[in-house]
Every structure is written in structure tokens, then in C-alpha cells.
Design a protein. Structure first.
Length: 264
């Protein structure tokens, strides 16, 4: 299948950056250690903050390091390649191809995410397990997490695609990317778990799509969501994925009309 081939090609492309991958694993591991000791100090003062114990909190740190590049919390991935093609005008060629622009770049991003999950996701987690007492899923927890990760990637991709699509009208999407990176950092739970947000801010943050990046997968891994709560977490991610992909498709149709009109 075409899209499977695109995903495999993207996986192979990222696998060629061996030095960058090793440097990334090292960086993720160092930051994982630093943040772990910070969380240990915080949870020593508040042992059940957000319903987590200290083991949950430290595990959450390493899940964050594992998901950082997999989900592309700070941006990047296939959508950056598309952004370049929009600025240069090469996207006009893509729009005339007999394939879905959205499907093509989604497949490419899933291939990228698969590589990062197996490298910059798995390796730091193993480092964390060697250095700290981490919690691992039991029973269906593995399945819930395995289903959650690709949904997290799709939600992230959709938001990044909308950011990139802004370049059709703004020409330069740098500012929008930076704004999205700030939202993603704080509202995905990367900086601190969303479960320790106070009052109504927690409910709002948990309802936004960025929580699908890390907070939902982490809660499934930690067993904070089980049974129907786990199904609800996956439904939450899937719902945002469908809505955002539909919005992406609509925006890209508008962009295609704009390119055709300008080209004509």
C-alpha cells in the first residue's frame, strides 16, 4: 500500500541520523535524571499529589522523555517538511498528485514516530528503569498504552498540520509554531502532570487536545485509568483525532483552492 510505503520510507530516513539519535537519547536521559530528583523532592513534601505516589511521579518523568520526540511535543516531524514546501511553492506539485496530501504526510509522520518510539522512547525508559524504581503496566495496561500512543501521534500531527497550513495564508508559520510549542509544553503535561493543576484549571487542561499527547497515555501506563475509564481515555483521544483530522481536511481544501486560483 502507498501509505505504508511512505511510513516505511520515513522510518528509514530517520534511522540514518545515528549520531543525532544517540545524542538525543543521551540528552533525554540526562534531563530524565535531573527532573526525577526534582519530582522526588516535590513528592516528598506532598506524597499523594494528584493521586500519584513518588513511583508514579518518577515513572511519569521517563514517560515524558520517551514521548517527547515520539509525539513531537515541541513540533517538527513531517509537517516541517511540508512547511518548507509551502514556502518554496513546491506544494503545488503535491496538490496535483492523485493522492491525499493529508494521508501522505500523516503516514510520513507515523513512520517518524515509530522510529523515535523504538529509539528515543525505549532507550531512555530502560535507563530510567536501571536508575530508579519505575512502575510498569499490568494486564491490559500494556494494550491500552499501545493503542494510546498512535492516537497521541495523530492528535499531535493534526495540530501541527493546522499550524503548518497557516503558512498558506501567512507565508511564514514560525510565530504560530512557537505559540503552539508553548501550549503543547504546558498543556500536554510535559512540564508538570496535569493532575496536579489546581481546581478548574485541571478540568480545562484535561479537556483540551494537548492532554492526549502525554497525560492520557501516562495515566493508562500507570494504571490511573482502568476498565471503562481506560476506554474513555482512548475515546477521548480518538474523538480529538477525528475532529482535528476533519478540520485539517477542510483547511487543506481551502488552501488547495487558494493555490489553484493564484496559479490560474
Amino acid at each position: 500500500m502507498l501509505y505504508a510505503a511512505v511510513a516505511v520510507r520515513a522510518f528509514r530516513r530517520y534511522s540514518t541520523y545515528t549520531t543525532a539519535t544517540l545524542a538525543g537519547i543521551f540528552t533525554n536521559s540526562v534531563f530524565g535524571v535531573i527532573i526525577s530528583f526534582t519530582y522526588i523532592a516535590v513528592w516528598h513534601e506532598s506524597p499523594r499529589a494528584g493521586g500519584y505516589d513518588v513511583t508514579d511521579a518518577v515513572t511519569y518523568v521517563w514517560l515524558g522523555q520517551a514521548m517527547l520526540m515520539t509525539v513531537a511535543v515541541w513540533g517538527g516531524g513531517a509537517t516541517d517538511d511540508l512547511s518548507t514546501r509551502i514556502r518554496t511553492g513546491d506544494v503545488a506539485i503535491d496538490l496535483y498528485r492523485p493522492t491525499s496530501l493529508l494521508g501522505w504526510w500523516l503516514a510520513s509522520d507515523l513512520g517518524r514516530a515509530g522510529f523515535h518510539l523504538l529509539t528515543r522512547g525505549l532507550a531512555p525508559t530502560l535507563v530510567g528503569a536501571l536508575l530508579f524504581d519505575l512502575r510498569f503496566p499490568h494486564g491490559l495496561g500494556w494494550l491500552w498504552f499501545a493503542l494510546s500512543v498512535p492516537l497521541a501521534v495523530v492528535v499531535s500531527f493534526s495540530i501541527r498540520m493546522l499550524v503548518t497550513a497557516s503558512a498558506f495564508w501567512l507565508l511564514d508559520d514560525t510565530g504560530v509554531k512557537q505559540l503552539n510549542a508553548i501550549f503543547a509544553m504546558f498543556l500536554s503535561g510535559l512540564m508538570v502532570p496535569l493532575v496536579i493543576f489546581p481546581g478548574w484549571t485541571r478540568a480545562v487542561a484535561m479537556a483540551l487536545p494537548w492532554s492526549a499527547y502525554l497525560q492520557v497515555p501516562a495515566d493508562l501506563w500507570l494504571g490511573q485509568r482502568t476498565g471503562w475509564a481506560a476506554v474513555g481515555g482512548l475515546a477521548f483521544q480518538a474523538g480529538w483525532a477525528v475532529v482535528l483530522l476533519l478540520v485539517c481536511a477542510a483547511v487543506l481544501r481551502l488552501a488547495e483552492r487558494r493555490v489553484v486560483v493564484q496559479g490560474g
